[in-house]
Design a protein around this ligand. Structure first.
Ligand code: ZN
Length: 454
């Protein structure tokens, strides 16, 4: 071998060694973690939306595409005191790896303050972001950064958020940031928007303002209450979950040390509490669009661990087999579901407190394109399910409407609350190889921590 060849070979071998090292580093460590939580999104919510997307809209879900390419597990979520959880305990268990009491935020069952994965990431100099379609003071985002004994302490959660230095905070429930004198809900007279500005936050209140924001720290509060259901959002000034996710990645992605971001589809749960299949599907689709944005980022930045899961199942949702007239095993009626005009919120507002039979017929025709029989109108007026099981069918009118719609849409609901159904947990990127089998939601903390190399 002549000298020239030797030099070329030596360079080639060094290159191979360097490449192997960098690939090993990629395989082992995540610079960024994006955790996406569909609140209340049980396997049936995902499955029904997938049916709707593939068979009615003619497109696949990005979420199931990631399942195919990445790793998938079943995840259970029992707490220190219950086999069925709510969002606060579920978020804290994912964020800290400790089983906690229902409705507590960032506090262990022994009263100890728990450190979250977001706080650990921040200590290591990483940027952080919390995004949701419900309220930023709501249980899931709060579980990553706040420490209060009960999730209902939203005024205190808002204070802790403003002091938290989380770079990107996007969502609703502005009311907990402003005093009662300015139509907010704060009894202490404080205006936390002004305090946030003093702490270096750029405060934005519409999708357009959000897109124009240039700050390193942005607080976006887009509604006094929860943000709108996706099915009702058209024509409003609110950004979509995908737009918020894109903006957050633009801000956080600039950070040399990487970031931690939690994105929640927060209203899937609310829709399911009210047996609203139209709002469930459109909010899961909106969540899927946000997953697309995150997945595109992950593909361009492979040192990112992208995890998708849910905190709990809501509603005991199932696909039913039959109709009174069609063949026995026909399944969900996607065509009828595609005709739903808006969420239960608009429908219930139009129905009012004690609607007449005529009004019930009109409103049900408008929202679901169905002509009710006299018997169905009577069921809605009398609401017998609520009398039989007030704990599980307490939402006024909705249980009766759902029992009328179940033959039409062929979906059923077991409860207006949460269930203990196992969930899907899936992801892609460094550390995702540990996502397999039968996992508890506390293990998600360890998976994220080890992916970072903390
Ligand atoms: Zn809920």
């Amino acid at each position: 071998m002549n000298r020239m060849k030797k030099v070329i070979w030596a360079h080639f071998i060094i290159l191979i060694i360097l490449l192997s090292f960098s690939m090993l580093a990629f395989a082992g460590q995540a610079k960024n973690v994006i955790l996406m939580i569909g609140d209340g999104m049980g396997p049936a919510h995902l499955h029904i939306t997938w049916l709707y997307a593939t068979r009615h809209l003619g497109k696949n879900l990005v979420m199931t595409e990631i399942m195919d390419k990445g790793q998938t597990a079943y995840m259970i979520n029992d707490t220190a005191d219950s086999t069925v959880t709510e969002s606060a305990a579920a978020a804290v268990q994912m964020a800290t790896g400790v089983k906690v009491l229902a409705k507590s935020i960032g506090i262990g069952p022994d009263g100890r303050v728990l450190k979250t994965i977001l706080e650990m990431a921040k200590e290591k100099g990483k940027a952080t972001g919390l995004i949701t379609t419900s309220g930023i003071t709501d249980a899931t985002p709060a579980g990553f950064v706040a420490h209060v004994a009960h999730r209902s302490e939203e005024e205190r959660i808002a204070e802790q958020l403003v002091r938290s230095d989380v770079n990107v905070l996007f969502r609703g429930r502005k009311a907990f940031f402003i005093p009662e004198s300015e139509k907010g809900k704060r009894k202490d007279g404080r205006n936390l928007l002004n305090e946030a500005r003093k702490n270096g936050y750029e405060v934005v209140e519409t999708g357009e303002e959000m897109k124009r924001a240039r700050g390193e720290k942005i607080l976006g509060l887009f509604n006094m209450g929860n943000m709108l259901f996706e099915i009702d959002r058209k024509g409003s000034k609110e950004p979509s979950l995908a737009e918020m996710t894109a903006k957050a990645l633009e801000v956080l992605g600039r950070k040399e040390q990487g970031f931690f971001m939690m994105v929640e589809g927060g209203r899937i749960d609310h829709a399911a509490h009210y047996y609203d299949i139209g709002a469930v599907i459109s909010d899961v689709l909106a969540f899927d669009e946000a997953v697309r944005v995150a997945y595109d980022f992950q593909k361009a930045n492979p040192d990112t661990l992208l995890i998708i899961t849910a905190d709990h199942e809501t509603g005991g949702l199932v696909v039913l087999p039959y109709t009174p007239t069609s063949k026995e095993y026909e399944g969900i009626n996607l065509e009828a579901i595609s005709k739903i005009k808006g969420s239960y919120l608009g429908r219930d507002k139009e129905l009012g407190g004690d609607p007449s039979s005529e009004r019930i017929k009109e409103v049900m025709k408008k929202y679901y394109d169905i002509d009710l029989t006299e018997e169905q109108v009577r069921v809605i007026r009398e609401n017998p399910l609520r009398q039989l099981d007030p704990r599980h069918f307490s939402k006024y009118g909705n249980a009766a409407i759902a029992s009328v719609l179940r033959l039409h849409h062929r979906v059923g609901w077991a409860t207006d609350s949460h269930t203990g159904s196992p969930l899907f947990l899936w992801g892609i990127g460094p550390g995702a190889e540990k996502i397999k089998g039968w996992r508890h939601n506390t293990e998600l903390f360890r998976i994220m921590k080890e992916a970072y190399g903390f």
